[in-house]
Design a protein around this ligand. Structure first.
Ligand code: P5A
Ligand code: ZN
Length: 485
């Protein structure tokens, strides 16, 4: 059994803790696969990924998004059609240049995102405003030749769980309403997964390539660095113009429709792991835990007593399953109970049930919760209900724990020095008054030694009398800065 590199690594050496936990919990094998930036979802990790995906799919489906599946390859001329877009992605594209021994006439890109291929096909499918709004999404692998340090799930070259939505609308305003809906969907996803976030409008210089504007969700990792966990883009008419995509509008005119796109990735699973974990390993919210209850029989040496414990264990497990819980009995004979405790703690199973002779004789269960490690004993007859209640409690205390950590890591200050100390010291996100000019924004990045995340969304009216600490002009907004992944 792998043990963490040392105590307190969750916050003091987060990258190592993360590498350790995904291996110890058998979530994701990264670094052994011989292509940089690509990892393997292992069975247990795949189950977590699947449940997170169910949350995302459920919310997209119930808000009228239709699932589609586009080809992985995009011909060069499509990818190049929108000039800002290709300028942004040029350096990150993997190209397929050969088929077998033959060189291809047309180079094919492994999609870095799908605005171009989807818009291209929409020109055939959508002819009139009557078909709008149109909301598509797909769950696919995308490929980006990332040059910043790659990291498991967080900065991949193959993003294997890209949930990208693409929508088409009659007007600027309709697309803007879609941006609001997308933000609500993403809030619901992160709320369900108990992941805290701030929402920012990214600065002009850091918006998505081809977008009018970008709204981003950022969370904070245990080491105080921010992580972008989702983005929503108003695409305006950039792509519909580039593809000469026109439809019949309400007033009979032919015009280019308006689009949005938004996406979340494997980073959602990464932040689920990072935000809730501790030095013993994963702590999974019961709603997405592949196993909600692990039952561990503690068998005495005596043959008859052993039989008694095992029979009772089977009965108890059946009762819990009947109560609708996802249960696993760990009856491996070659493993000692203590080793099993460590193993399932590392895997983040929310509830552990221990059954020894005493429990078997008294028809009770000893229940330990993963988040606080507290134990209680309950009668078997009440166990289903009690565990259900306990899971609700676990969920709310996990939410509170994550929220209070997050709130402690937001600092609002008018002093550039304080902001610098905060960001450099990895305490989290700092907000300082800003005049709105790009020059000052970029200089703040230098001075604070961090990255601008943008300004609060929804827009907050700026208090009177606040000034940009760099140029002294009146501030138009608070601007957020942090170290980022
Ligand atoms: C929106 C979906 C887009 O690609 N096109 C379709 C738009 N936006 S984005 O901001 O570039 O990416 C969406 C989210 O994906 C995550 N992400 C990544 N995750 C892991 N590894 C990467 N290399 C990577 N690149 C982007 C981010 O969370 C981003 O918000
Ligand atoms: Zn300024």
């Amino acid at each position: 059994m792998l043990r963490p590199p040392s105590r307190e690594k969750w916050s003091s050496d987060f990258p190592r803790w993360f590498d350790w936990v995904i291996e110890a919990a058998e979530v994701y094998d990264y670094g052994r696969y011989p292509v940089k930036g690509m990892g393997v979802w292992m069975p247990y990790g795949f189950q977590i990924r699947r449940r997170v995906l169910e949350v995302v799919r459920g919310l997209l489906d119930s808000t009228g998004h239709e699932e589609v599946l586009f080809p992985l390859l995009i011909p060069e001329h499509l990818l190049r059609r929108e000039s800002e877009h290709i300028r942004g992605f040029e350096g990150e594209v993997y190209w397929v240049t050969h088929g077998g021994r033959e060189e291809l006439d047309v180079k094919l890109a492994l999609r870095p995102t799908s605005e171009t291929s989807i818009t291209y096909m929409e020109t055939f499918w959508i002819k009139s405003y009557r078909q709008l709004p149109k909301k598509y999404y797909q769950v696919v692998s995308i490929f980006r030749y990332e040059t910043k340090a790659t990291r498991p799930m967080i900065r991949l070259r193959e993003v294997t769980t890209f949930k990208e939505a693409h929508t088409v609308h009659e007007s600027f305003e309709d697309a803007e309403r879609q941006v609001l809906e997308a933000i609500e969907v993403y809030k619901a996803i992160f709320d369900r997964l108990l992941i805290p976030y701030v929402i920012s409008k990214r600065p002009e210089w850091d918006k998505f390539a081809g977008a009018l504007y970008t709204i981003a969700f950022d969370t904070i990792m245990p080491d105080g660095r921010a992580l972008q966990i989702g983005t929503v883009h108003h695409l305006g008419q950039s792509f519909t113009r580039a593809f000469d995509f026109r439809i019949q509008m309400r007033d009979e005119r032919l015009d280019h429709p308006w689009q949005t796109s938004y996406g979340v990735s494997d980073r959602v699973v990464a932040s689920l792991i990072a935000v809730h974990g501790d030095d013993r390993g994963l702590v999974l919210p019961p709603s997405v835990a592949p196993i909600q209850v692990v039952v561990i029989p503690i068998t005495p040496g005596d043959e008859e007593k052993r039989g008694k414990v095992l029979t009772y264990t089977a009965r108890a497990a059946e009762a819990l399953e009947k109560a609708g819980l996802r249960v696993l009995v760990d009856d491996r004979e070659w493993e000692r109970p203590g080793a099993k405790f460590y193993y399932w703690e590392a895997k983040g199973v929310p509830i552990r049930v221990e059954i020894g002779l005493r429990e078997a004789e008294q028809e009770t269960l000893t229940i330990a919760r993963r988040d606080t490690l507290e134990k209680t004993e309950v009668p078997l007859g009440e166990a289903g209900d009690r565990i259900r209640e306990l899971m609700a409690q676990i969920e709310s205390s996990m939410r509170e724990r994550a929220k209070s950590f997050f709130c402690e890591r937001l600092l609002r200050t008018e002093s550039l020095e304080e902001a610098r100390d905060w960001v450099e010291g990895r305490r989290g996100i700092a907000e300082i008054p800003w005049c709105g000019r790009e020059g000052c924004g970029l200089e703040m990045e230098e001075r604070v030694n961090g990255k601008v995340l943008g300004t609060p969304w929804p827009e907050e009216p700026m208090e009177e009398g606040k000034r940009c600490p760099l140029c002294g002009r009146p501030a138009v907004a608070w601007i957020r800065l942090a170290k980022t992944y």
